[in-house]
Design a protein around this ligand. Structure first.
Ligand SMILES: *[C@@H]1O[C@H](CO)[C@@H](O)[C@H](O)[C@H]1NC(C)=O
Ligand SMILES: *[C@@H]1O[C@H](CO)[C@@H](O)[C@H](O)[C@H]1NC(C)=O
Length: 345
């Protein structure tokens, strides 16, 4: 990671000093694919395709914003809030509703969300259901009953079910000891009561910060190449939302990591063989580049229209701004052929 930071610092320096035409900002990563229509005020997006082929994008803001589009590239139209009157859960007067995660199980859509405010550890995770996805069709069931703990924060929900008859795994967590996993009952409106296990943690304390680097926003996904089937744990790492002049040191800002395992419950390892729970493991798959700053809050889906797996996320374009309303929706294609996801055009 250190050498990568130095690499970026070097690139920036060269770009800044000069008109050296041969040094293009050859980036490790392609730009986000095009996005038209409403692509802003996006944090922690979650995209699901309806039975009729419409893409629904859920994101943090205004009690969970719902937008639809005929394709991932748009045009995206804002349709309204998922929970227009706010969630049933009350944790604090200045609470907000965050980080939606929507799954289709047995003909019902389950949308998990977190209720919290920045820096607060007394968060809770709730769930709403709908058979249609559209605003106005959601029934809020309130908290799923995961216990609070000093080891984790109940935010950033992600449901993972490998196939229709598999157990329902559920990961969550941010800050403190990082990402945890438990299981849900079927139907998934309540936690099973199984003890939560720790999946990923980064104990590194970045310069200028007095607590370990944040590990959050987990998203589980499985993929099979030939005989090799892997369970991937994507997560966001670092400082998500700083604004100038208080930006994190280069390399410590938000970025997207991946680890993999032969089991959905870990242990997870990175590409260098480091354990993602005990050895600060995690392979960087998307960091800041070109006009993309601090990408994260990601999800992964197989897009049956395009016939390709994609990763979508939020990011800042520094030429537009760093404010909450400036955050943009981005997505890229993934290539799993090496056994590790790689962002490709
Ligand atoms: C665009 O979507 C955001 C939520 O992501 C919403 O707050 C905003 O009002 C929408 N803008 C328009 C013009 O619909
Ligand atoms: C752990 O945190 C350090 C400091 O911010 C960062 O450089 C590194 O990339 C992080 N690693 C993972 C796996 O998140």
């Amino acid at each position: 990671m250190l050498s990568l930071s130095n690499f970026f610092a070097g690139v920036t320096f060269l770009t800044a000093v000069a008109a050296i035409p041969l040094i293009s900002r050859a980036s490790l990563w392609p730009d986000p694919e095009p996005c038209t229509g409403n692509c802003s005020w996006i944090h922690d997006p979650n995209v699901i395709k309806s039975a009729t082929g419409t893409y629904y994008r859920f994101s943090t803001s205004g009690n969970i914003a719902i937008a639809t589009a005929p394709s991932l590239t748009g045009p995206w139209s804002y349709k309204g809030a998922m929970l227009p009157g706010g969630p049933a859960i009350h944790v604090a007067d200045n609470q907000d509703t965050w980080a939606p995660d929507v799954s289709l199980i047995d003909g019902t859509y389950y949308a998990f969300y977190a209720v919290s405010y920045i820096g607060y550890q007394g968060s809770e995770i709730g769930v709403a259901t709908s058979t249609f996805l559209d605003p106005g069709t959601w029934t809020d069931h309130g908290s799923i009953g995961l216990p609070k703990s000093s080891s984790y924060n109940l935010i950033d929900p992600n449901l993972f079910q490998e196939s229709g008859s598999s157990p329902i795994y559920f990961s969550f967590g941010s800050g403190w000891q990082g990402v945890f996993q438990s299981t849900l009952n079927s139907p998934p409106v309540t936690a099973s009561g199984a003890a939560a296990t720790n999946l990923a943690y980064n104990s590194t304390v970045p310069p200028g910060q007095n607590f370990p680097s944040v590990t959050e926003g987990s998203y589980q996904f499985w993929w099979q190449n030939g005989g090799d089937k892997w369970y991937y744990l994507f997560f966001s790492s670092g400082a998500c939302c700083n604004t100038p002049p208080n930006l994190a040191a280069t390399g410590d800002e938000y970025k997207i990591m991946v680890c993999r395992s032969t089991s959905q419950s870990g242990p997870f390892f990175d590409q260098a063989g480091r354990n993602c729970l005990t050895q600060n493991g995690g392979t960087l798959i998307l960091g800041s580049h070109d006009n993309v700053y601090a990408p994260g809050g990601q999800g992964v889906m197989y897009d049956s229209t395009l016939g390709r797996p994609v990763i979508y996320y939020h990011y800042v374009n520094p030429t537009i701004g760093y404010k909450a309303e400036d955050f943009l929706f981005g997505f890229n294609y993934l290539d799993f052929s090496s056994g590790w996801p790689v962002i490709v055009s």
